[in-house]
Design a protein around this ligand. Structure first.
Ligand code: R7I
Ligand code: MG
Ligand code: MG
Length: 305
C-alpha cells in the first residue's frame, strides 16, 4: 500500500530532520565533527539536528498557522529562534543577528555579498512549500521567492530553493524512476546552471555511480548549485529502493555539506516513501519529535483546507 498523504508529510519533515541529524557529525570534516560533538549538545542522548531543521521547523509552524506567510513576521521568528550551537552558516548567522536586533531584512540581505548569499540555506528549508502548495505551482513559487530572499537574495540561492520545493511536491505523487524524476525537474526549472547539473545526473541513467564520482561531478559544498543537485540525485536514487540507510551512507561518503545534503535528500525521500520507510530505531532517538510531529500535522491540515 502506498503511503497516505499525511504519512508523506510526516515522512518529508522527519526525513529532513533525520538526514540533518545523522549527517551533522560529518559536516565539514573531522574537526567540525568533533566540535559538533562538543558544542551541539542538546537533550542528552538524543539524535540532535542543526540549523537546517531549526529553520524548517519554524517555517512549518508559520505556514501551519496562517493561510499565507508573512515574510516580516517569519524573518523575526527565524531570527529569534537562532541558536549558534546549531551551526548556522556564517552569513545567515550575521543577518539573523541583525534582524533579531530590529533591523529590516531588506536592509541586510545584501550586506555581505552584493547579490546576496548563494549558499544552500534557503534550499535546506524549502521542503514545506512543496508540501503546502503541492498542486499550486504559482503559489509555491511565489512564496519560495518571497521568503528565500530574507537571507538568500542571490538568484542561485533562490533557484536551489525552488528546486527543492518542486522536488518535494513532485515526490508526493510521482512514482517515476530517478532519471525520469530528475529530467522532469530539469524541464521545469528555468535556471541554466541547475539544468546542466541535473542533466549530468540524468545521463548516468540507472548506473549506480560511486559517491566519489557524484561528488566530483555535481559538487557537495555549501553552495546551493552543488549541494542541491547532489541531494536530489541521492534522494531520487535511494527513494526508488526505499533505502534510507543506503542513502545516508552514500551522502556521508560523498562528504562536504553532509547534514544539509542529508536534510534535502531526506525531505524528498520521505515525501515519496512516507514516514514508515524511515529507520524506526533512529526515529525514536530524534530530538523534539513531538514538536516536529505537531508542525507536520498542522501543515497537513492547512494544506487540506
Ligand atoms: O547558506 P547558509 O545559510 O549556510 C547553510 C549552511 C548549511 O550547510 C547549514 O548546515 C550550515 O552549516 O550552513 O549561510 P551563508 O553563510 O549565507 O552561505 C554559506 C557559505 O556559502 C558562505 O559562508 C560562503 O562561504 C558561501 N557563499 C558565497 N561565497 C562567495 N560568494 C555564499 N554566497 C556567496 C557568494 O556570493
Ligand atoms: Mg546545518
Ligand atoms: Mg550543512
Amino acid at each position: 500500500m502506498p503511503p497516505t498523504r499525511e504519512e508523506r508529510f510526516a515522512g518529508s519533515l522527519f526525513g529532513l530532520a533525520l538526514g540533518d541529524a545523522i549527517g551533522a557529525p560529518y559536516e565539514g570534516g573531522p574537526l567540525s565533527g568533533f566540535l559538533w560533538q562538543l558544542i551541539g549538545a542538546g537533550e542528552r542522548g538524543k539524535l540532535r539536528w542543526t540549523d537546517d531543521t531549526q529553520m524548517t521547523m519554524v517555517l512549518t509552524e508559520h505556514l501551519g498557522a496562517r493561510s499565507v506567510p508573512d515574510p516580516d513576521v517569519l524573518a523575526r521568528e527565524w531570527a529569534n529562534a537562532m541558536e549558534s550551537r546549531r551551526g548556522y552558516g556564517p552569513g545567515s548567522r550575521r543577518l539573523l543577528t541583525r534582524i533579531a536586533s530590529g533591523e529590516d531584512w531588506r536592509d541586510v540581505n545584501r550586506s555581505i555579498w552584493p547579490e546576496g548569499s548563494m549558499g544552500n540555506g534557503a534550499a535546506m528549508r524549502a521542503a514545506p512549500f512543496g508540501l503546502r502548495w503541492s498542486e499550486d505551482r504559482e503559489a509555491r513559487s511565489r512564496w519560495v521567492y518571497e521568503t528565500s530572499r530574507i537571507t538568500h537574495a542571490h538568484p542561485l540561492g533562490i533557484d536551489g530553493a525552488h528546486l527543492i520545493a518542486d522536488a518535494v511536491s513532485r515526490a508526493l505523487h510521482a512514482e517515476e524512476s530517478a532519471p525520469d524524476f530528475l529530467e522532469a525537474l530539469a524541464e521545469e526549472t528555468q535556471s541554466r546552471p541547475f539544468v546542466e547539473k541535473l542533466r549530468q545526473a540524468v545521463r548516468w541513467g540507472a548506473d549506480p555511480v560511486t559517491p566519489a564520482r557524484a561528488a566530483a561531478e555535481l559538487g557537495c559544498s555549501v553552495l546551493a548549485l552543488e549541494s542541491v543537485p547532489a541531494a536530489l540525485y541521492a534522494g531520487a536514487r535511494f527513494a526508488e529502493r526505499r533505502d534510507f540507510d543506503g542513502m545516508m551512507r552514500f551522502i556521508i561518503a560523498m562528504g562536504g555539506d553532509v547534514d544539509t545534503i542529508g536534510a534535502m535528500a531526506g525531505s524528498v525521500f520521505g515525501a515519496r516513501c512516507g514516514v514508515g520507510a524511515l529507520p524506526p530505531e533512529r526515529l525514536v532517538e530524534l530530538e523534539a519529535k513531538t514538536r516536529l510531529e505537531a508542525a507536520a500535522i498542522a501543515l497537513y491540515k492547512r494544506s487540506a483546507q
